[in-house]
Design a protein around this ligand. Structure first.
Ligand SMILES: [Ca+2]
Length: 208
């Protein structure tokens, strides 16, 4: 259970039964080694939504039976907990046997992220407050004793820097195409300038 890479896939809200205005998030963890069944491990994704470096939600990949019935049953699930430790939502995880990839679903709305009106500057996208920061702590349950911690990364579910999660159903011989969207360097610079402008503005308003 040595974590190799972590990322997030953003899908339409409907993919996880959410509203069109919501977003389905799939946290993906890849490990260097493989597990016969991922129920021998637990993966905690600490999610900070207000930038104070304290987790406001935790998406936990863990054995379903262990959480709901107090006995392991070999099915891997994704639970979203709030800061009080209450279960907000749960989904079956995708964690193939003998595999090294764990996919943990969660709805953006369950993490307190909702679509907001566009910023007043055209093309600047939704406000930065929609961003969430995540980091992974992986624990070995069997044999136990191993812990792996990652650094953190941030994503805005409503305005990710790179599009992801495109898919299509194809009949025999059919084809389809996708448009890959990335935030351009100009857009990133424009957003940064906007933030700097706002900080300067809030500093000057505090002085007055
Ligand atoms: Ca926080």
């Amino acid at each position: 259970m040595d974590v190799r890479a972590v990322g997030v896939q953003v899908l339409p809200g409907a993919a996880l039964g959410g509203a069109d205005s919501d977003r389905s998030l799939v946290f993906l963890i890849n490990t260097w080694g493989r597990a016969t069944n991922q129920s021998v491990n637990e993966y905690d994704i600490a999610i900070d939504t207000n930038g104070d470096n304290v987790a406001d939600f935790t998406v936990v990949g863990v054995d379903l039976g262990a959480v709901l019935a107090g006995a392991f049953n070999g099915q891997f699930a994704s639970f979203t907990f709030n800061a009080k430790g209450d279960i907000v939502n749960a989904f079956f995880a995708d964690a193939p046997m003998n595999g090294s990839t764990i996919e943990l679903p969660a709805l953006a709305s369950d993490l307190g992220r909702f679509q907001k009106p566009e910023d007043p500057i055209p093309g600047n996208g939704p406000a930065k407050r929609q961003q969430l920061t995540y980091a992974v702590a992986a624990f070995s349950i069997v044999p136990g004793g191993f812990v792996d911690l990652t650094g953190s990364a941030s994503i805005n579910p409503f305005s990710p820097a790179v599009s992801s999660g495109d898919f299509a159903s194809l009949g025999p011989g059919a084809s389809s195409s996708f448009t890959l969207s990335t935030m351009t360097r100009t857009a990133r610079r424009r957003r940064t300038r906007c933030r700097l402008h706002r900080s300067a503005k809030s500093r000057s308003s505090r002085k007055s």
